[in-house]
Write a new protein. Structure first.
Ligand SMILES: Cc1ncc(COP(=O)(O)O)c(C=O)c1O
Ligand SMILES: Cc1ncc(COP(=O)(O)O)c(C=O)c1O
Lengths: 130, 395, 395, 130
């Protein structure tokens, strides 16, 4: 009985959107290597949509699969839609996560959210100019 | 795909000879040793033969061996039973910081019952300083328990020297030899301990059986109350097939130990030397020489153990890790923390424990498949990116 | 010579199907369920499948099943763990006088820890009166433990009625179902208990494994501290082959129970009726009807059990006795004393426990060989001589 | 591993001198059915020697074997010699007894001794006439 669902394994073995975006519009970091998992999300925004999403993750299989899934769910969505991605919806898309992994590895939605907030606050700082 | 099992600290396969010895007791010879008829006689005979085999493995008298259901049970029995038997004398117990959970948590239960614990530190190689043991002893100390060797880092402790100290002070000394008995020479007289735990599934014997050796004259309270099996010290119908298997495994371990050690040490050193020469930023954990012959343990920087395990598994290689994510309790190994590894570095823990069927080809296969795995995970790791940026910036 | 094993209460042989189910786990599939690789996955899968099988046998949820190392361990775990978990609420525990030693002695250990026991009497058939349970309950009662059926006299207790009382009073109720689970219908919801012990070697499963069912929400302290196996409630590497065997035995017991019961009841009644018709001065012990289907227990006047056992064994027949001489502790069975048998009569105890492979021919063989044995021992017995003289004198 | 030695088994299966002596010169009883074992020894004395010894025993295998062995050891001995039979010497002749059986089942020597005492006190009562 494997610990993870097939979907988690598939995303873990073939993670989508791994990497950095050099000139990202927003960056969000969540987690802490001391606790075990840390994720950095990079976003590119175009017409209020996530034109590109990339991530780097230090962590367990669940953390990597979550990051990959979040990046895939987010890409192409409007900022408002993307902000509605929750740990629960990510876990559902992954066909479940082990109970004990739910909280500590399921930081992708938060990291993405931070990246969006980062983008929004930068935009605000620039006075709405783009 | 090649299948390479390098997780013998978790559990070992049964030797075919051990299985063969057990099979009759899963069949016709199914009696209960307490019974007064031919079926009972046969079972009793088998148990006593196994008792002699286990006693021989550790240089003990057969009457001093108590069969238990696991290494965990032996340790619970020892820690709780020895402390409770002497509580009128005092309520202070001394352990090392790198005891197995079955010792540590048993001692935590003693705390709830009003006992006081002293947890002794270890050095960066995981060695307990006998002087610390001496310093920790008090008038009310009733028990010292120091692990013979910890399976996670492999370091072998100076049990003999510690025993000299406890003997002078007349304090009962228990050692958890679950990771050593059947693997390296363990002789209770040479070690000088009073009580010793061992388990079958660590040396190619069955699961579900362990033993506690209690030197004659040492008082211990039962953990399992009930019938008067095992001289009234461990109740419950004996698990005959498992006991027979433990006996056979003990016999085989004794007769082939030197060859096993030589084989394992060679493979271990091939891995201990090979891995750091192929992967940067890798730390060997445990003692450089004075370690279990099959133990090669590392921490790999910037990445996490579970993801290494999963990728290795996808290549057919089975190993362990002391990372937080690989433990069901989601805590980094207390052993790695005790030897001074940071929580962050402990996340990169990877533990190879070799077995008597391991081959040089197995090791070479690992040395071939692991570097690209580490690479791939580092390419994904924000910590590695940060490190690279900083070191470039530093230049 | 004919070989007739009628000592199934001591232990049962493995069913061939159970052995077949276990064999792979003594071979290739040797992993540790805690391990995060294919070997670990396979072991985990096997344990969870067995958990579901055991749960089905007793109508429970799989998550409520904790695997242990024996019936004795299950009982120690239950009695000590349930009492300790609630000691802030109170320290009074209620048992029957005919509990198995593993319950009784666990409770004696609780006494040392400041608990108070009430031991409820039984009637001449070995039945606990539910009214006595009600009367025994106090504000500080935290646990009632009544055996489902005692293997020595076979009497089945009114567990359902007792459960109604404990539930009204909000007291945790444990039943030792080691002699019943897998033998007669045991459904935890129907019985209404909170915690239930069972063991593999009582229904053609392996030795060295048992289970404790703990209703969700009931608090219990671990008996074995250490790793977080079994949801943190029972530490130690799982005994996979034995757990798998227990699961298979549970499945088989469930699917064939009705036929087994019919078969056993017929043979039992043949013996219960046949023996007193061939031997004078024999007393049936336990309840005349409401008893385990395989249990035929007697006390034979003027002679002693061990010598009967030995002479039966010389004729190939294996049985048990509750006489003082046959117990390692040299005490007559507390169960026989509790049902009001005198110490002298208890010496003549003889216990036949039939199995699913027993045949009418086995019973007839016993009915043929036992009378001359009783005769021979009576001819040697000063008590019988006295009795004869007195009854002649009385004429 | 049988509980009893071969010698014990042999005496248990084929006990010597079972029975009563109707006109015994001495009778000795030892043990108690409540405790598990009870033995009655009967002796016939001729010329200060045990001319005949018989016993009845209620008890376990050890008790029966002990009785048989004592009867055999005693027969033909002088009273003084017979009184030197001890539980230890009986156990030795039986090639050992299980530890827990030593005390409670090994009453044969005492029972025999009682029978001899019974004979001696009867003789004394009769004023030494014979
Ligand atoms: C040193 C040590 N002690 C105790 C144990 C507990 O053994 P088990 O899980 O078989 O009960 C282990 C298990 O690996 C161990 O390595
Ligand atoms: C009712 C009951 N409880 C508990 C036990 C203890 O089981 P074990 O000796 O297998 O640990 C038995 C054993 O026969 C039993 O009959």
């Amino acid at each position: 009985m494997p610990v993870y669902s097939e979907k988690v394994m598939e995303h873990f073995m073939n993670p989508r959107n791994v990497g950095e975006i050099e000139d990202a519009d927003g960056v969000g970091e969540e987690g802490n290597p001391v606790c075990g998992d840390m994720m950095t999300f990079y976003i590119k925004v175009k017409d209020n949509r996530l034109d590109d999403v990339k991530f780097k993750t230090f962590g367990c299989g669940a953390a990597i699969a979550v990051s990959s899934m979040v990046s895939e769910m987010a890409k192409g969505k409007t900022l408002e839609e993307a902000m509605k991605i929750t740990p629960r919806s990510v876990a559902n898309e992954l066909e479940g996560l082990p109970k004990n992994k739910f909280h500590c590895s399921n930081l992708g939605a938060q990291a993405l959210n931070k990246a969006i907030q980062d983008y929004l606050s930068k935009k605000k700082a620039k006075g709405g100019k783009e | 795909m090649r299948k390479v099992y390098l997780d013998h600290a978790s559990t070992t396969p049964l030797l075919p000879e051990v299985r063969e010895a057990m099979i009759p007791f899963l069949g016709e010879t199914f009696g209960n040793p307490s019974s007064l008829h031919d079926w009972g006689d046969a079972a009793r005979e088998a148990v006593e033969a196994a008792r002699a085999q286990v006693a021989q493995l550790i240089g003990a008298n057969a009457e001093e061996i108590i069969f238990t259901g696991s290494g965990t049970e032996s340790n619970n029995f020892a820690i709780k039973g020895l402390a409770l038997a002497q509580q009128n004398k005092g309520k202070h117990v001394v352990l090392s910081a790198i005891e197995h959970f079955s010792v540590l948590q048993s001692a935590r239960t003693l705390e709830k019952w009003g006992f006081e614990l002293s947890l002794l530190p270890v050095d960066k190689y995981g060695v307990v300083d006998p002087k610390d043991v001496r310093k920790s002893l008090r008038k009310d100390t009733v028990l010292v328990s120091i692990i013979h060797a910890n399976g996670e880092v492999g370091t072998i402790e100076p049990i003999q020297e510690i025993a000299r100290i406890t003997r002078e002070s007349n304090v009962v000394f228990h050692t958890d030899a679950v990771a050593t008995a059947g693997t390296i020479p363990v002789d209770v007289k040479e070690l000088g301990v009073d009580v010793l735990s061992l388990a079958g599934n660590q040396f190619y014997g069955p699961k579900g059986v362990g033993a506690l050796w209690v030197r004659k004259g040492v008082r211990i309270m039962p953990l399992l109350d009930g019938g008067v099996q095992e001289g009234g010290r461990r109740a419950g119908t004996e698990n005959i097939p498992a006991i027979v298997g433990l006996g056979k495994a003990a016999e085989l371990a004794k007769s082939t130990m030197a060859a096993r050690i030589e084989h394992l040490t060679q493979l271990r050193d091939r891995l201990l030397n090979g891995l750091p020469s192929r992967i940067d930023h890798v730390v060997v954990t445990g003692h450089p020489q004075n370690r279990l012959p099959g133990n090669a343990s590392f921490c790999v920087e910037f990445i996490e153990g579970e993801s290494m395990l999963m990728l290795l598994n996808s290549q057919g290689v089975a190993v362990s890790s002391g990372s937080a994510c690989t433990s069901r309790a989601l805590k980094a190994s207390h052993v790695l923390i005790a030897v001074g590894i940071s929580h962050e570095l402990a996340q990169g823990s990877i533990l190879f424990t070799l077995g008597i069927d391991s081959t040089p080809e197995d090791i070479d296969y690992v040395l071939e498949v692991l570097p690209p795995i580490v690479d791939r995970l580092r390419q994904m790791s924000p910590l590695y990116a940060k490190f690279i940026k900083e070191s470039k910036g530093g230049k």
